[in-house]
Design a protein around this ligand. Structure first.
Ligand code: PLZ
Length: 427
C-alpha cells in the first residue's frame, strides 16, 4: 500500500474539497489516541483541542471502540422513527438523570449541536406559544440558518449568508474583563434590553452558553446566570442552557450550569456526549418537551445506534474515571502555569475559564485592545512545535485550551512548555 504524505493529500484537497471548509493544520491525521495526534508523515502533536471539546474521554477511548464495534456488527441504522431500539432510550435516560434539575425530564436526540439548538427553539416556541428568542453578544450556537441568526460573530460564520431568521434579539453579555460589572448589574442591563426592546410577554426563550465557547471563553460574573434564569421563570420564558461545548465533565462538573446551581428548563448537548461520534440532544422539563405533537420532532439519523452505543460507553467512562475530577485537576495545572506566564508576558490580559476549559486573552500591553495578530502568531509557532492549540473570541485574540480529560500530566506539562517558548519567541 502506498501511503500519501500530508503535502500530497493537501494538493489533492484543493481540487476536491470546497474552499469554504477550512482546517487549522495542513497535516492529515493518521491516528490519534488519548492526548496525542499523529499525522501520515509520522509527526506528533499534543492535543489541546480534543476536536473542539469533543473527545473528552480521549480519542478512540477503549470502551467507545468496543461499543461501536459491537453495535456496528449488530445493525448500523434502522431510523428510530421507523423501528426503534433500546440504546436511544438508554441515552435519554442517562441525559435525564445527569442534567441539573430534580424534576421529570424527557430528551430527544439529533446529529449536531446546531440541530439540537434549532430543536430547543422549536420546542420552546411550541410550549410557550411565543416567538422571540434572546441570545447574547459573543454567543455561538451553530451555522444553520436559525443558528447563524443566534450566533453573534459575522466573520466567518454569517458573512454573505443572510437573510437570517427573524425574532432573534441580542442582549449584552457579562464580560468581566471588559465591562467591570457585577453579575447582578450585567443581568439588569440585559433584562432592560429585553423588556424595553422585545417585551417580556413575547419571549419564548433565553438561550445562553454558561461559559461562552467560540466567543472567547467568556465566563459571566457570578450571579449573571442565576438572575437571568429567575427572570425567565418569573416571566413565563424558558431558560435554555447551550452546554454543547461546556458539557460532559469539561468544566469540572457534568454540566457548567451546576457551578451556580442554575437549573435550565432545556439544555442542549453534543460534542463530548459520544466520544467523537456525531450525536446531540435536547433535554428538559417533561411538560415542555412533551408539549410538541407526535411526529413534530425527529430526523433520519438522530440518535443513530452507533452514536448511541458510543454515548453510553463515553458516559460510563466519564463515571468510571471520574473525568469531572480530572477536569478540575487539569484546570488547576493550566491556571497555575498560565498565571505564571501572565506575570511574564504583559500581553496576557486575563487567564479565565473553569476546569479543562481555560483561555488567555491577549491584548496590547496595558490596554484592552485585542491582539489577534500576536494570537495567530503564537498559535502557528505552537503548531510547528508539536502542540495543537485553538484560538477563539469575537476579536480572534483568545487562546483556548481544551485537552482531552485523559491527557497525561507529562503531556500537559510538555504542552505548556511549548506555549511558554512560543510566547517567548513571539511576544
Ligand atoms: N453551541 C456552544 O460550541 C460548536 C464550532 C466550530 P455543531 N462549536 C464549534 C465551527 O467553526 O463550526 C457549538 C458550540 C455551542 C453550538 C455549537 C454547534 O455545534 O455540532 O458544530 O453544529
Amino acid at each position: 500500500m502506498i501511503v500519501s504524505t500530508s503535502s500530497e493529500i493537501h494538493a489533492r484537497r484543493t481540487g476536491a474539497v470546497a474552499r469554504g471548509v477550512g482546517s487549522v493544520l495542513s497535516s492529515y491525521v493518521d491516528r490519534a489516541s488519548g492526548g496525542t495526534l499523529t499525522d501520515v508523515d509520522g509527526r506528533e502533536w499534543i492535543d489541546f483541542a480534543a476536536g473542539i471539546a469533543v473527545t473528552n474521554v480521549g480519542n478512540s477511548a477503549p470502551a467507545v471502540v468496543a461499543a461501536v464495534r459491537e453495535q456496528v456488527e449488530r445493525f448500523t441504522h434502522t431510523c428510530f422513527m421507523v423501528t426503534p431500539y433500546e440504546s436511544y432510550v438508554a441515552v435519554c435516560e442517562q441525559l435525564n438523570s445527569l442534567t441539573p434539575g430534580g424534576f421529570e425530564k424527557r430528551s430527544a436526540l439529533f446529529n449536531s449541536g446546531a440541530e439540537a439548538v434549532e430543536n430547543a427553539v422549536k420546542i420552546a416556541r411550541y410550549a410557550t406559544g411565543r416567538q422571540a428568542v434572546i441570545v447574547f453578544e459573543h454567543g455561538y450556537h451553530g451555522r444553520t440558518n436559525l443558528t447563524m441568526a443566534l450566533t453573534a460573530k459575522n466573520m466567518p460564520y454569517k458573512h454573505g449568508f443572510g437573510p437570517f431568521a427573524p425574532e432573534v434579539y441580542r442582549a449584552p453579555m457579562s464580560y468581566p474583563l471588559r465591562d467591570g460589572l457585577t453579575g447582578e448589574q450585567a443581568a439588569a442591563r440585559a433584562i432592560d434590553v429585553i423588556t424595553t426592546q422585545v417585551g417580556a410577554q413575547n419571549v419564548a426563550a433565553i438561550v445562553i452558553e454558561p461559559i461562552q465557547g467560540e466567543g472567547g471563553f467568556v465566563v459571566p460574573a457570578p450571579g449573571f446566570l442565576p438572575a437571568l434564569a429567575s427572570w425567565a421563570s418569573a416571566n413565563g420564558a424558558l431558560f435554555v442552557a447551550d452546554e454543547i461545548q461546556t458539557g460532559f465533565c469539561r468544566t469540572g462538573d457534568w454540566f457548567a450550569s451546576e457551578h451556580e446551581q442554575v437549573v435550565p428548563d432545556l439544555i442542549t448537548t453534543a460534542k463530548g456526549i459520544a466520544g467523537g461520534l456525531p450525536l446531540a440532544a435536547v433535554t428538559g422539563r417533561a411538560e415542555v418537551m412533551d408539549a410538541v405533537h407526535v411526529g413534530g420532532l425527529g430526523g433520519t439519523y438522530g440518535g443513530n445506534p452507533i452514536a448511541c452505543a458510543a454515548a453510553l460507553a463515553s458516559i460510563e467512562t466519564m463515571r468510571e474515571l471520574d473525568l469531572a475530577a480530572a477536569a478540575r485537576r487539569i484546570g488547576g495545572v493550566l491556571t497555575e502555569r498560565l498565571t505564571t506566564l501572565a506575570d511574564k508576558y504583559p500581553q496576557i490580559a486575563q487567564v479565565r475559564g473553569r476546569g479543562a476549559m481555560i483561555a488567555i486573552e491577549l491584548t496590547k500591553p496595558g490596554t484592552l485592545d485585542p491582539d489577534p495578530i500576536l494570537t495567530g502568531a503564537v498559535n502557528k509557532v505552537c503548531h510547528a512545535a508539536g502542540l495543537l492549540t485553538l484560538t477563539c473570541g469575537t476579536w480572534g485574540n483568545v487562546f483556548r485550551f481544551l485537552p482531552p480529560l485523559v491527557i497525561s500530566d507529562d503531556e500537559l506539562d510538555r504542552g505548556l512548555t511549548i506555549l511558554d517558548q512560543a510566547l517567548a519567541t513571539t511576544a
